[in-house]
Write a protein that binds this ligand. Structure first.
Ligand code: AMP
Length: 672
């Protein structure tokens, strides 16, 4: 399966996939999407890292009818973090579905807020079992229009003691629903649930072909996503036998972004992806062969069959979807009878995938010790010494000896000082030491709290309470205030807001983008602090801040001078230059939609009734995906298996602030 276009996904979903830069469906996606589009039940054995979220989100979104406001899809996840991640994935893939809403619901979150959001309606609910049960019991979650139910990480739900709750929920959803169960392992109780509640499920298991890989020294490196670039450059620097590397990432966009970042750090790097013409790709490979390029950042598809003998290292920057891809990737090194090294970056959540790869390759993958700053400095000094020794051996130095002798005889410095000054000059371009302010020393840091709290669930068995209460979520996944409930600015009353508006010019705020986001562990407080301190803008003039993975948006007064903006461009927060720039209209609209209602950009097209979207009505599409409720005689939907969903005219959305993914302060004048 080479392209998502071969799958019968709806046009808005394909559009979103083009935006996120996915090149090809992962094996689990290629297997699941057609079945889910057909309305079949599935039992999928897949772990994190295989692309399973998109495997169910893409087809279910394709079949969703955005004009029906009550929940059509329910996803159950074992933890709050996963619920948020899955909800965010739905948001990403539904970017071009007007008016789409997804709502994460989990324990520990304000019930009042949840009830309000549920009342407003959402198309997809992603929740933890205890809280979903609560809502069903309170009748605040109306599942009468539910078309599909997904059990994500079912074995984790079992391990955390949620399985009874899951069964209870299954029994309280329409029997006509489509069900997909995903689990990394298939213990008996999960099989029993599948047997009881799934209808003639198709089993999907990604084959793990066992292959032995000789001559390749394999290592893994546990690293937080925000530290990957730093880890990569340190590893490349420290490796003694490094000649050339191929770095594997998942998306086309990532190939370009990472190649640029490596170039900025002084490496000769280039991207290799499926969007490039054959000619351009051949040129990159040729340059790599000749040695005018040392690093190629590639997607799996683009690197298929790549045979360059000088590749000493394969870096799996993003984990491959399956063992077959892994074996193929690392086979790009160790060519022509040489030896090679493969390093696999794994985040804590992907550790299970590492075990699967070890089993399939019948080889233990040894941990790579993350080179510390000191180790990098030692290596640079060693290379520097080698260079000096070579120069002493090979170069004609008489003239320079005289220069040094003159300097010494002038009596201003002794030989040691002169040599030290020369060494200093020689390393100016590429310092021998990593600067102290070069970010956290990733060799010694723990991953940020967000990741830890998720993974702690693997370490601490959760306790159950007597009923479907989300005790494990409160215990293990206690809301992490710094991330999920960031400090709010003290609420202003209306008079204060008006006063503020008067004070600051016309009170107009403009939205800017800054290049620091959650992956850099930034908090809104850091952003406000930096802007206030560096540009002298008092925090009360700073409006809403929205945090995303790689960047954030912030509202600032509309009449900032060029000078202030120039200062802000260079300000660093968490070692990231802000590179502030105004959002263009499209971006601002999208940001606004996401921040205020969680809607996809554009919102509901004004004046266009549903179904007239540029003539691309889903139901118009003859062979396209079938929407929930599109009953056709003779197919699985016939006989009223799926009731005609009730239509409601309420609106609501994924409120990421409550979902723990965003900080937002009320815009001036917008206080409720
Ligand atoms: P998951 O296994 O669902 O947790 O997904 C793991 C990661 O793979 C996520 O960051 C996804 O954004 C990414 N991903 C999923 N499908 C694809 C694809 N077909 N191409 C590239 N990246 C993908």
């Amino acid at each position: 399966m080479d392209s998502f276009k071969q799958l019968d996904l709806s046009p808005p979903i394909l559009e979103a996939l083009a935006d996120v830069g996915y090149e090809t469906p992962s094996p689990i996606q290629a297997a699941c999407i057609p079945l889910l589009l057909e309305g079949l039940d599935i039992l999928g054995e897949a772990q994190t890292g295989t692309g399973k979220t998109a495997a169910f989100a893409l087809p279910l979104l394709s079949r969703l009818d955005p004009s029906i406001q009550s929940p059509q899809v329910l996803v159950l996840t074992p933890t709050r973090e996963l619920a948020i991640q899955v909800a965010e994935a739905f948001m990403r893939y539904a970017k071009h579905l007007p008016g789409f809403h997804v709502l994460p619901v989990y324990g520990g979150q304000s019930m009042v807020v949840q009830l309000r959001q549920l009342k407003r309606g959402a198309h997809v609910i992603v929740g933890t079992p205890g809280r979903v049960m609560d809502h069903i019991e309170r009748k605040s979650l109306d599942l009468s229009s539910l078309q599909a139910l997904v059990l994500d990480e079912a074995d984790e739900m079992l391990r955390m003691g949620f399985i009874d709750d899951v069964e209870w929920i299954l029994e309280h959803t329409p029997a006509t629903r489509q069900t997909a169960l995903f689990s990394a392992t298939m213990p008996d109780p999960i099989r029993r649930v599948a047997h009881r509640y799934l209808r003639d499920p198709r089993e999907i298991k990604i084959k793990t072909s066992t292959t032995t890989v000789e001559r390749i020294n394999q290592r893994f490196c546990q690293v937080h996503p925000a530290h990957k670039l730093e880890a990569l450059t340190r590893i490349l620097e420290i490796e003694e036998d490094f000649d050339a590397a191929i770095v594997f990432v998942r998306t086309k966009t990532a190939t370009v972004e990472l190649a640029d970042k490596l170039e900025a750090r002084g490496y000769s790097a280039a991207a290799l992806n499926g969007d490039m013409t054959q000619q351009l790709r051949e040129r990159v490979v040729e340059q790599l062969k000749r040695g005018s390029l040392d690093i190629v950042v590639a997607t799996d598809v683009a690197a298929r069959g790549l045979d360059v003998a000088r590749i000493t290292h394969v870096i799996n920057y993003d984990i491959p979807y399956d063992t077959e891809a892994y074996v193929h990737r690392i086979g790009r090194t160790g060519r022509a009878g040489r030896s090679g090294t493969a390093v696999l970056f794994v985040t804590t959540r992907e550790m299970r995938m590492l075990k699967v790869i070890e089993r399939a390759t019948r080889q233990k993958i040894e941990p790579q010790v993350m080179p510390s700053r000191q180790a990098v400095a030692d290596r640079r000094v060693a290379l520097f010494r080698e260079q000096i020794e070579e120069v002493i051996q090979a170069e004609e130095l008489d003239f320079f000896r005289e220069v040094v002798a003159d300097l010494e005889s002038s009596g201003e410095a002794d030989l040691h000082e002169i040599a030290a000054a020369l060494a200093f000059l020689a390393q100016r371009e590429r310092p021998l030491q990593l600067p102290d302010n070069d970010g956290p020393d990733i060799a010694n840091t723990r991953p940020p709290r967000a990741e830890r709290s998720h993974d702690d669930r693997f370490e601490r068995p959760a306790r159950r309470t007597d009923r479907g209460d989300d005790r494990p979520e409160r215990g293990n996944d206690r809301p992490d205030r710094s991330i999920d409930r960031p400090e709010r600015a003290p609420r202003e009353n209306r008079a204060q807001i008006l006063e503020r508006r008067r004070e600051y010019s016309d009170g107009k705020l403009i939205r800017y983008r800054i290049e620091v986001g959650r992956n850099h562990e930034v908090s809104p407080k850091d952003i406000v602090g930096a802007i206030a301190n560096e540009a002298g803008i008092e925090s009360r003039y700073i409006g809403q801040i929205n945090l995303y993975d790689d960047y954030s948006t912030v509202e600032l007064p509309g009449d900032l001078s060029k000078e202030i903006l120039a200062v802000l461009r260079k300000v660093r927060v968490r070692q990231q230059k802000l590179e502030i720039r105004e959002l263009d209209e499209d971006e601002a609209r999208r940001d606004d939609a996401r921040s205020r209602t969680g809607r996809s950009p554009g919102g509901k097209p004004a004046g266009k009734p549903h179904g007239e979207r540029g003539g691309r009505t889903f139901s118009d599409k003859p062979s396209g995906p079938r929407r929930f409720g599109d009953a056709k005689s003779g197919d699985r939907f016939s006989g009223g298996r799926i009731d005609a969903p009730k239509s409601r005219s309420s609106s609501s959305g994924f409120d990421p602030e409550r979902a723990g993914s965003r900080f937002s302060r009320k815009k001036p004048g917008e206080g409720k």
